[in-house]
Design a protein. Structure first.
Length: 154
């Protein structure tokens, strides 16, 4: 009976994640400009996914160079970083001393580089060995949405 119970619990967790992902995706698609997309992402991750600190920020190449120098991390297109990093890195990236672990996805929007930063106050929330499929999925949706917004404004 334990195996069946475990299977049902996993199915319920997967359904919950799917529904939250669907709502996030629809919020992104419904947004009509960059600020609305950023607001939807930060709001949904914070409220629906219980992320302690969610930020979607955009930087110039020189700003990214500075962030890379300060953190020792590479933020090239497609990069994803997960784990518990030093408190100095967390403070620099999130400006929040309570963040102890993070998942960070890099996206490119024309001449800007975006960092989707998910920060947790739990040191073990993002250990660095988890599957990154979900954050890759959201990153890809965001890149397409920003391309769509840019082409409408061109």
């Amino acid at each position: 009976m334990g195996l069946l119970t475990s299977f049902i619990e996993t199915a319920q967790l997967n359904e919950d994640l799917f529904n939250k992902s669907k709502e996030l995706t629809l919020s992104i698609l419904d947004a009509s400009n960059k600020d609305e997309v950023i607001g939807a992402v930060q709001n949904d991750f914070t409220k629906s996914f219980n992320i302690n600190n969610c930020q979607l920020n955009f930087y110039s190449n020189s700003e990214i160079d500075n962030i890379e120098k300060e953190t020792g991390m590479s933020f090239h297109k497609g990069a994803i970083h997960c784990g518990s990093f030093s408190s100095e890195k967390m403070e620099f990236l999130f400006e929040d001393s309570k963040v102890e672990s993070a998942a960070i996805a890099v996206l490119v929007n024309k001449t800007e580089i975006g960092l989707l930063k998910l920060g947790s106050y739990e040191r073990t929330r993002y250990l660095g060995d988890e599957d990154t499929t979900f954050i890759e999925y959201i990153r890809d949706i965001l890149e397409k949405k920003f391309q769509s917004i840019d082409s409408l404004n061109a």
